[in-house]
Design a binder for this molecule. Structure first.
Ligand SMILES: [Zn+2]
Length: 395
C-alpha cells in the first residue's frame, strides 16, 4: 500500500512518514456488526414510489431522471459517467449522492448497481427510486440527512445498458456480465466471455470500485428474494469475513424480508462481481435478488417494484428501501472499516493506492497446461483536505 500527498498541481509525491504526521487511528477489518438496528424507513408514505411511477422506465426515462436529479440538486448530487462505452457505444450513467457532493472528501462509499442482467428490470427501478428517495428526504428526515453527511452513495441503475435496451440477460457480445469478472473466472461456460474482463461493462464496474473506498457494495438482481455473498464455489471455502457478511445480511433481512446464504449454496458459478470486489477490496459485497414472485401473485410493476420497494400489499414492513438504509449504516460504520486520520495543508490532495495480483480459476492454456492466470489489480483513490485546521479523516 502506498500513500502519497501533493499540493494541488504539484507533482511531489512524498512518503507517508515524511510528508505528514498521519496517524493510523484504526485498522480494523470488518468486525462483527451490531445486527438489526431500529427500523430506518421512517416517514414512508402510505403508497407510491418516490417518483410516483406506475410502469417501468425506458432508457430515456432513466437518463432524464439522473440528469434532472443532478441538475436540481447540485450540492447533493454529482452525475457520473463510467469510463467505457458499452459494446454498442452507449454511455453508462449514475449519480453520487452526499452532502457537498462535489468535494473530494474521504467519506466511506456505498455502491449500489442494478441490471448486470439487462432483463431484470426491477433491479434498476429500485436503485433509481432510492436515489430519488434520498434526495427527497435529505434535510427532512434526520436519519437520512445524518447518513448523507457521513457517507457517499454511488448509484448506477443500469450496468448492462445494451442488454436492457434489448431486454436480454447478456450484453451485446452475448456475455453474461456476472460471469466475466477476473477473480476465479473460467468455470461458467459458455457465456463467461473470451477472457476475464473481456467486456467494457465489467471493466466499468471494476474501475468504479477501484477508484473509490467502497466499504459496502450491493449488486441488484431479480427474482429470488434472497441475498448472496461469497464464496461462489464450495471449493473456495468461506471468506474470512463470513461473520460480518452474515450479520450484515441479517440486518438487511429484517428490513426486506429476504433470506441469505452463500452464493455457492444457492448455485455455483464463477466470475461474479461480488467475489472480485470482496477479495480485491475486502469491502462487503452482496448480491440482492429483488422480489420473491410467489406464483400466487401477479408479476406486475406493482408487485415486483412498488410493493417490493415500499413493503406493501403482502410485504408489510418488508421493503427494499429499509435494507438500502441498513446498507448506508453499514457503509458508515467505523467499527467495520479502517480510518486514516491526520493533518495536512488545506488543499493538499492525498492519494492511496495498492497494486497486487489475483487469479482466475485454472483454465486451459495455449501450451496445453491448465492453470490459474494472474491479472493485475490497481486500486487508487484520492481526497482533498478541506478543513482550515488541516485535520482530515479518510474512511
Ligand atoms: Zn441476475
Amino acid at each position: 500500500m502506498k500513500v502519497s500527498v501533493g499540493r494541488p498541481g504539484s507533482r511531489a509525491v512524498l512518503t507517508l512518514c515524511t510528508a505528514l504526521a498521519m496517524s493510523l487511528t484504526s485498522v480494523i477489518m470488518p468486525a462483527v456488526q451490531a445486527a438489526a438496528e431500529a427500523a430506518p424507513s421512517a416517514g414512508a408514505p402510505a403508497a407510491g414510489l418516490p417518483s410516483g411511477r406506475t410502469d417501468y422506465r425506458s432508457l430515456a426515462d432513466y437518463e432524464n431522471d439522473l440528469s434532472e436529479l443532478a441538475r436540481r440538486n447540485p450540492s447533493l448530487v454529482k452525475p457520473i459517467t463510467l469510463p467505457e462505452r458499452t459494446r454498442e457505444g452507449r454511455l453508462v450513467r449514475g449519480v453520487e449522492i452526499t452532502d457537498k457532493a462535489a468535494r473530494r472528501d474521504g467519506k466511506p462509499v456505498l455502491l449500489v448497481v442494478g441490471m448486470h442482467h439487462g432483463n431484470e428490470w426491477p433491479s434498476g427501478e429500485v436503485t433509481m427510486e432510492f436515489a430519488l428517495d434520498l434526495v427527497r428526504k435529505y434535510g427532512r428526515d434526520r436519519q437520512i440527512t445524518g447518513l448523507l453527511k457521513k457517507t457517499r452513495i454511488v448509484l448506477v441503475p443500469i450496468v448492462n445498458v445494451d442488454g436492457f435496451v434489448k431486454n436480454t440477460r447478456r450484453n451485446a457480445n452475448n456475455v453474461d456480465m456476472n460471469r466475466n469478472y477476473g477473480f476465479g473466472w473460467g468455470e461458467s461456460p459458455p457465456y463467461e466471455g473470451a477472457a476475464p474482463w473481456s467486456e467494457p461493462e465489467t471493466r466499468n464496474v471494476r474501475d468504479l470500485i477501484s477508484s473509490r473506498q467502497v466499504t459496502t457494495f450491493l449488486t441488484m438482481h431479480t427474482c429470488l428474494g434472497n441475498m448472496l455473498y461469497p464464496p461462489l464455489q464450495h471449493k473456495a471455502g468461506l471468506p474470512p469475513d463470513i461473520a460480518a457478511f452474515r450479520s450484515f445480511a441479517d440486518a438487511m433481512g429484517t428490513q426486506n424480508g429476504y433470506f441469505h446464504t452463500t452464493s455457492a449454496d444457492d448455485y455455483e458459478t464463477s466470475g461474479e462481481v461480488i467475489d472480485w470486489s470482496y477479495y480485491a477490496t475486502r469491502g462487503l459485497g452482496v448480491t440482492v435478488e429483488v422480489c420473491t414472485t410467489p406464483l400466487t401473485l401477479p408479476r406486475t410493476f406493482q408487485s415486483l417494484v412498488v410493493d417490493q420497494y415500499l413493503g406493501t400489499n403482502g410485504y408489510e414492513g418488508k421493503g427494499i428501501r429499509g435494507s438500502f438504509v441498513t446498507a448506508l449504516q453499514q457503509a458508515a460504520d467505523r467499527e467495520a472499516h479502517s480510518v486514516i486520520s491526520g493533518k495536512a495543508p488545506r488543499g493538499a490532495v492525498l492519494r492511496i493506492s495498492k497494486d497486487f495480483p489475483l487469479w482466475t480459476n485454472p483454465v486451459a492454456q495455449p501450451d496445453g497446461t491448465t492453470r490459474p492466470v494472474a491479472f493485475a489489480n490497481h486500486l487508487s483513490s484520492s481526497m482533498e483536505v478541506s478543513e482550515r485546521s488541516g485535520h482530515f479523516t479518510w474512511d
